[in-house]
Design a protein around this ligand. Structure first.
Ligand code: NAD
Length: 450
């Protein structure tokens, strides 16, 4: 049994049995057995079951939120929004089964049609930072497309995904259609990669493990979606609403204590607005409410683990150029204050994903300089652009190599728009109208008119 810890108190809150390779193989076999009846179910019936699943999740919103608060240290506001997002994702993709259209393509001598066939059993591997939403972004469109699914939550945060597995049964999904298997990455996750009956792996996590998953999947030419790390830029031009850019910048990076793949952890500010921006940023950062995640006034909770705390602290050594920092509780819990570093583009804190509440601010000269600095990274997930000049907003949005950008805002992920990364931030897209098809193979059939 593995102890699950509340990161705000360091108390053990649950014990979870981790699946072995044999148990993983049994779950994959059940998913494979459940596939024909799920795939062949009338589309409207599969849609109804997904709607019922959404209703059960809504009925358990409080339970899911409270699990995420105690297991992951998410603030109560975030945890509730995440439970609602899971239900909304289910409702959105419940519209999928009846709309999984193929094409009719004109050909001589007959009729040519395409079908979107479900790929088969899908394995979803989930990180610890957004345990229930990231699980759902993988398994919901897969189920809608007619696939059966095995899910492996992160070792540190299995509780909400395990609850979702139980709600699937409560909603009436047939046994074997969705199975949640808590376990170790190199055991259960690796088995999803190696087992020939798993036909697609959806992996969200670090770029290092993502590369191993991709290499493993290549052995069987297994389909793979990768959602990996990020080092996103928040670019503030001097012609922007600098007050608003500074007031919102902390929330673009410190949400979920900076443990967000989309965290805008590099702030690039045009030199002529730099001093003014820093002057405005200081009270905004010091105003971030860090504390008990159960308190509705709290805006930022703890880091997930002691190990993560040590990792984040390594980016703020004694001689770090700290411009200013917020405050956080002392005592038990993995607390770290929101911290702003002044730096240069060569700094380790500016180049590596920190996954904590630490942001580095660096000045730039002009538009070309901003784009060059924003793109000078192996990552390409997200980013923000602040300017009042529409032409510049368009030019820079097109020039920044990242999959999910926002202008004059730090918009988060929406279930109805595509999400994913350029370069080493990932491969493929989740969510939005096209995610459904990523769980299918296109089959072309020619029917002769003879
Ligand atoms: P991680 O790579 O350590 O683990 C992710 C998952 O992979 C866990 O479930 C883990 O058990 C599993 N795993 C570990 N070894 C494995 C193996 N050999 N085979 C198969 N599975 C294995 O990542 P993490 O520390 O849990 O999460 C943080 C990382 O996730 C950050 O880099 C962050 O940027 C990234 N992330 C990306 C997105 C995105 O959408 N792009 C979203 C959230 C998090």
């Amino acid at each position: 049994m593995h102890g699950v810890i509340n990161p705000a108190t360091e108390d053990v809150i649950a014990s979870v049995a981790f699946a072995s390779v044999e148990e993983t193989d049994e779950a994959i076999a059940r998913a494979h057995e459940a596939l024909p009846s799920w795939r062949d179910m009338a589309p409207g019936e599969r849609a109804d079951l997904l709607r019922r699943f959404a209703a059960v999740v809504r009925a358990h919103e409080d339970d899911l939120a409270s699990l995420e608060i105690t297991n992951s240290g998410h603030t109560v506001g975030n945890a509730r929004a995440e439970a609602q997002l899971v239900a909304k994702t289910m409702d959105y993709y419940a519209g999928g089964p009846e709309r999984l259209f193929g094409k009719q393509i004109p050909v001589p001598g007959g009729v040519d049609v395409t079908f979107h066939e479900p790929v088969g059993v899908v394995g979803v591997i989930v990180p610890w930072n957004f345990p229930m939403t990231i699980a759902a972004w993988g398994f919901v469109p897969a189920l809608a497309a007619g696939c059966t699914v095995v899910v492996k939550p992160a070792e540190l945060t299995p509780l909400t995904a395990m609850a979702l597995g139980e709600y699937a049964i409560e909603a009436g999904l047939p046994p074997g259609v969705l199975t949640v298997l808590p376990g170790a990455g190199p055991v259960v996750g690796q088995r999803f990669v190696d087992h020939p009956q798993v036909r697609k792996v959806v992996f969200t996590g670090s770029t290092a493990v993502g590369k191993q998953v991709m290499a493993g999947c290549a052995q069987q030419v297994k389909r793979v979606t990768l959602e990996l790390g990020g080092k996103s830029a928040n670019i503030v031009f001097a012609d922007a609403d600098v007050e608003k850019a500074a007031a919102t910048a902390p929330y673009g990076v410190f949400d979920n204590a900076g443990q967000d793949c989309c965290a805008r952890s590099r702030i690039l500010v045009q030199r002529t607005a730099y001093d003014r921006f820093m002057e405005l940023l200081e009270p905004a950062v010091k105003g971030v409410q860090v504390g008990d995640p159960r308190d509705p006034a709290t805006e930022m909770g703890p880091l997930i683990s002691r190990q993560q705390h040590e990792r984040v602290a390594s980016y703020v050594p004694a001689d770090a150029r700290v411009a200013f920092a917020g405050s956080c509780p002392s005592g038990p819990g993995f607390w770290f204050p929101p911290t702003v570093l002044q730096g240069s583009a060569d700094d380790r804190s500016f180049r590596e994903e920190i996954f904590g509440p630490v942001v580095t601010v660096v000045p730039f000269e002009d538009e070309a300089d901003a784009v060059r600095m924003a793109n000078d990274t192996v990552y390409g997930l997200s980013g923000s652009i602040w300017t009042r000049d529409v032409g510049r907003a368009l030019r820079v949005s097109r020039a920044v190599e990242a999959g999910a950008l926002s202008v004059n805002s730090h918009s988060s992920v929406r279930y109805w728009t595509p999400f994913g990364g350029f370069k080493e931030s990932g491969l493929g897209r989740e969510l939005g109208p096209d995610a459904l098809e990523s769980f299918t193979e296109t089959k072309n059939v020619f029917i002769s008119a003879d």
